[in-house]
Design a protein around this ligand. Sequence first.
Ligand code: RUB
Length: 339
Amino acid sequence: MASERNISQICLYVSLLVSKLGRNRITWDLEIMSETVQATAERIRRLEVQGARNVAIAALKAVQTLAEKTKAKDKDAFLNELEEAQALLFASRETEPLMRNALRYVSLQALDSSTEKVDALRELVASNVGLFLQNLEASRELTAEIGAKRIRDGMLIFTHCHSSTVTRMIAKAKADGKEFSVICTETRPAFQGRITAREMVELGVQTIFIVDSAARSYMGDVDIVFVGADAITSEGNVINKVGTSSMAVLAHEARKPFYVVSELLKFDPETLCGAYERVEQRNPAEVWSEAPKNLSVRNPAFDVTPSRYIHGLICEEGVIAPQSIVETVNRSYPWVLKQ
Ligand code: RUB
């Protein structure tokens, strides 16, 4: 476990990093911003790119393109462009630490590099994006392999929303020759559950599709619950699509194991230093586009599932207790805490 002194050092690093990389700056100069970054941020904001992992991949690729197309004349101008791009991408969805960790990793390599040459920095960004993407892919495969072992023949699996990490794990179990069924929720208001349902049907998995509010009627019949994650806090609480925490409580009531399937890099280091994970509030029109005037419609994108409802976090390091997230991240990705 990190000592008190280590934690204060980590908090200092994280706060320096956040100010160094300008997470909250909104003074970007659109003239220097590549169209790709703006277009990607807009696609993310509109949910045309959906799910934490896909969001991080799209953001990384946009930064890679920005580096390829840069007209920066010197290192300072190049770093400034990266910083502006980050601010724009970070603002596209608030609750996405995987994207933030990924972009910070890439920027820091450029920031800490001794080279002053723009061409060399450009190559550095391209190769680090490539490395990060490879690592992300390897983590997902490992997570899928580990998690697929929890799926047994004849099981009825429950899932909520669409997580590419969860569906990859289910695909692996299917490829291993296991026969099982899946219940998935439609996931109001944006219906990401339909993506899951389509993927399950394409895999040849027998699938039942329900409205979110029917979850309790079916929870007694299921054997296991798997959900993805957008963010994991230092206490091991998990932020995922709104409704996830209700499913966790229902699973608890019905005594069904509830697992979160997620890359470790969804851990948000700022939570270790006391920050709350922000929960993105989306446009109320997604819930009811023609709502009566003076009606207050709320549309939180995510909710928080306390660690006590989570049987295990299935990640690239194995099936771990969610409360051990800080130690595990520190072992596997020390740069997240020590940048
Ligand atoms: C998607 C969602 C997913 C996580 C994990 O919400 O909550 O469960 O992002 O997905 P939204 P993945 O559709 O609003 O982005 O495992 O693909 O990272």
